[in-house]
Structure formats: C-alpha cells, structure tokens
Design a protein around this ligand. Structure first.
Ligand SMILES: NC(=O)c1ccc[n+]([C@@H]2O[C@H](COP(=O)([O-])OP(=O)(O)OC[C@H]3O[C@@H](n4cnc5c(N)ncnc54)[C@H](O)[C@@H]3O)[C@@H](O)[C@H]2O)c1
Length: 438
C-alpha cells in the first residue's frame, strides 16, 4: 500500500509532532511539502524531510494556488487561522488533519462544515484524547453497555501553575482578542469533545457557565512585584511564578513556547535566554502584570435531551496537572484520572454483603505521558496513525472522527462562553435541523 502524502501547513510544535510519524512509519506517511510564512521553520522542515524548493510555500493560500500536490495537509496553524487557511485548501482538493479548536466562532464553524461537505473532503479534528488508551478503553466499556445508560458525567481539568502561566497568562492563548479563542475552547474543547463522545447519539440541550479571571491580575500582585521578574522585581526569589524558576531553572519545560523568539539562534545559551527574558520575551513578564484577559477558572453545566446532567470544572494554577472523568450509569460507574493511567469500574451488586463490585483497569501508559505514542496520554501519534489508515482505505477506529462529530463539542463551548459572559442559560439546537438549514 502506498503511503499517504501530506503537506505541513503551519510548521509549529503541533504539526511537527504529527509529521514526525512519517520518520518512524514511512509506509504510512510521507511529508512532501511545507507551507509557513516563517523562513526559519520552512528551512528546518525542508531539511528534515528533504523537500524540493518548489514544494516549500510561504502560506497555505500560496499552496492552494498551486493546486493539489499531496493527498492531505496537516493544518497546525493557530486557532484563528484554521478556517481561513482551510477553506482554499479544501477547495484545492486536500483532505485535512486540522488542529482544535477548528474554528473560533459559530459562523466560521458552519463555513468550514459546509466546505468539507461541498468538496467531499475528509476533515479530522485533532481531538487527540479520543486516542489516549485511557479514554478509548472507557469509551469501549460505555459502548459495550457495561455501566448502562449514562445519567451523569463529571469531568475536571486541572491546569498546572506552570502550564497556566506559559499558555494562558504570559503566552499565546492569554488574550481573547489576540488569540480569538476563549480559555474554554483553547483548553477544554477536548473535554467537551470527550463528553459528546461518551454520549454519542444523544444531543446536548442546554448549557450554563460561571468563571472569571481571579488570580492573575494587577490587584493580586504581591508588594514589591515589578513588571519583569529578572529586571525590577523585589520578590522574585519568593515568587512561585518567577520566570527564572520556570524557564531558566527548567529550560526544556515548555521550551517550544518560551524560546520561540530565539529560533534564529542555533543553540541558544543560558545567557541568551536570560537576556531574552529580561528584554522582549513575553514569558519574562510578571504574571500579575500581563495583557491576559482569559479566565483562570471556569465551570460548565450541560443538560442532555435524555436528562443526563454534566459538570466540567477547569481550574488553573494547580500543583499537579490532571484530567479526570467520572461517568455514572444506571448499572454502575467509571472513575479515573488520565495521569494515573488507571480507572475503576464499579457495578451495583445488591447481593447480601456485596453493595458493589470494583475492578481496576491499568492502562500502563506511564512516565511523562509522552511515551512511544506522543503526548496527551499517548493520543498524539495514534491520531495521525488512524488518519493515515483511514485515507489508505482501512477501517476507522472507535476514536475516528469526521468534522461533523466535532460540531456539538464546539457549539457547546461557544455557547458556554456566551452563557458565562451574559449570565444566561442557553439552549443548543439539534444538529439534524442545523445541518439541514446550513
Ligand atoms: N491537539 C492538542 O492537544 C493541541 C495542543 C496544543 C495546541 N493545539 C493547537 O495547535 C495549533 C497550533 O499550535 P502551535 O503551538 O503548534 O502553533 P505555532 O504558532 O507554533 O505554529 C503555527 C504556525 O503557523 C504558521 N502560519 C501562520 N500563518 C500561516 C499561513 N497563512 N499559512 C501557513 N502557515 C501559517 C506560523 O508561522 C507558525 O509557524 C493551535 O490552534 C493550538 O490551539 C492543539
């Protein structure tokens, strides 16, 4: 079988992660081109995948003008570029692996859904957690009816203090206007997608939400705090968010975000990094004095048409990063935490002396959750493997999605944010009627 050929569109951290699959599995995936306005990244990709100059483009739009040079594109541009870059590429004939959130508002979302349908392209959204063995095993048990009809789901996402700081306080998802995504969509569209997946076939009907930016704002700055940790802060040594502690003492953690401005230096030294944090690097700023406006905590409540109730809690600034899920069904429950790589299935057992049975499922995806199949609990590379297999004519896995499978998760996310801002409960229209109208 011939490998799927693909062009990397937006040669950032995400697209390069998926593309790396081609190195290990040349029988499944071959990278044949790149489109990115950043010449350093273009050159890096061209060297890595031995690309001819005529297959290196300065934008998605330029690639689309050339026409179809591969089966698919891996679109890893930033959130607000997803729809504008995808539309011409779908028209030009490409199937697409597209990063989440696939759009930043409802209007754009429908534009892309319509285009995928009109040109009959396979568009898979990078909901990598569906591929993490932890969630795939839970989904299988739900599908097999092990816990009966799901009546309630509780999910949480604890965004650790260092992740929150690097992405949502100092980093590129910190400001709704600049990034165009809310915190909920940028971070928890995975959790919303998992909820929709667990309830597949049953529609969400209502949503409400509370949350705010409460911690990382000027009023909360300790006395003596400056504007830059390494320049004018008198309390840097005691601060839990010191840029020195986060980025110089741990130079590899979040390096792809923190040292982006140093990409033109081949091997930046610690001195280069310190200089950068002292001058123009956004990650050198005091966490209490940034241009962030996205929430640092948010709760979402959803009701489904069958009466099932859901809560999702996102809490930023926690000691340990973690995602947990608790599904309660009419026969029993499933409860676990992704980072523990284990979940428990409990079933009602009314026999004398029993009350319930309990079985622990250990997925054995250990360590830093990156392992042989990439980040997100092993989901990253399983997702690209499944995408290639689907395009090669193989049977899709239970985690496989088309763009239509991602609509409810996005719709609930957009409306939850609107509900939070307006203090309302909003209804979710039925997909069948919307697809008909659109
Ligand atoms: N699936 C996940 O779990 C997950 C995790 C993190 C981030 N993401 C998402 O992945 C996406 C990419 O994040 P990243 O950190 O890799 O981004 P990045 O900023 O590192 O990369 C984006 C690249 O797109 C390029 N670009 C800009 N305009 C372009 C155009 N018109 N045509 C082609 N390329 C263009 C930029 O030059 C840049 O190199 C974001 O939407 C983010 O929300 C997903």
């Amino acid at each position: 079988m011939e490998p799927i050929t693909a062009v990397i569109v937006g040669a950032g951290h995400r697209a390069m992660t998926y593309a790396s699959y081609a190195k290990e599995h040349p029988e499944a995936l071959k990278i044949v081109g790149v489109a990115d306005p950043n010449p350093i990244r273009r050159k890096m990709v061209a060297e890595k995948y031995n690309l001819p100059p005529e297959n290196c483009f300065s934008s998605a739009e330029e690639l689309a003008l050339r026409g179809k040079i591969a089966d698919a594109v891996i679109n890893g541009t930033m959130d607000k570029q997803h729809v504008p870059t995808s539309l011409p590429l779908l028209e030009a004939g490409y199937h697409m692996l597209l990063e989440k959130p696939f759009s930043t508002n409802e209007e754009e979302m429908w534009e892309l859904v319509r285009a995928a349908k009109k040109y009959n392209r396979h568009v898979a959204i990078c909901h990598v957690l569906r591929y993490a063995p932890f969630y795939a095993a839970i989904r299988k048990l739900v599908l097999d009816g092990e816990i009966g009809e799901i009546v309630n789901i509780q999910t949480t996402e604890h965004v650790s203090y260092h992740h929150l700081a690097v992405s949502f306080v100092r980093g590129k998802w910190n400001n709704k206007q600049a990034c165009a995504s809310s915190m909920l969509m940028a971070k928890c569209c995975h959790d919303l997608d998992l909820i929709m997946w667990m309830k597949s076939g049953i529609a969400p009907s209502k949503v409400a939400s509370f949350g705010s930016l409460s911690q990382f704002k000027p009023e909360k700055a300790p006395q003596g705090a400056g504007k830059r940790c390494l320049v004018d802060c008198k309390v840097e040594q005691e601060c839990l968010y010191s840029a020195r502690k986060h980025y110089l003492d741990e130079p590899d953690r979040w390096g792809m975000y923190v040292w982006e401005l140093l990409e033109d230096i081949e091997n930046p030294t610690l001195e280069d990094k310190e200089r950068s944090l002292k001058t123009d690097n956004p990650h050198g700023r005091c966490v209490y004095r940034c241009d962030n406006d996205v929430v640092d905590r948010q709760s979402v409540i959803i009701e489904f048409e069958d009466g099932c109730t859901i809560t999702h809690n996102m809490i930023g600034g926690t000691a340990r990063p973690s995602r947990s899920i608790h599904l309660i069904g009419t026969l029993g429950e499933i409860q676990g935490t992704l980072e523990d790589s284990k979940f428990v299935v409990r079933k009602i057992d009314p026999r004398p002396g029993c009350e319930y049975t309990e079985e622990v499922h250990d997925l054995n995806v250990t360590g830093d959750m990156h392992g042989a199949f990439g980040g997100h609990g092993g989901g990253d590379l399983r997702l690209i493997a499944d995408f290639c297999q689907f395009l090669q004519g193989g049977t899709p896995s239970i985690s496989s999605t088309t763009i239509n499978d991602s609509i409810y998760g996005h719709l609930v996310g957009f409306r939850a944010e609107e509900a939070r801002l307006e203090g309302k409960v909003l209804s979710i229209p039925k997909l069948e009627s919307m697809l008909g109208e659109k």
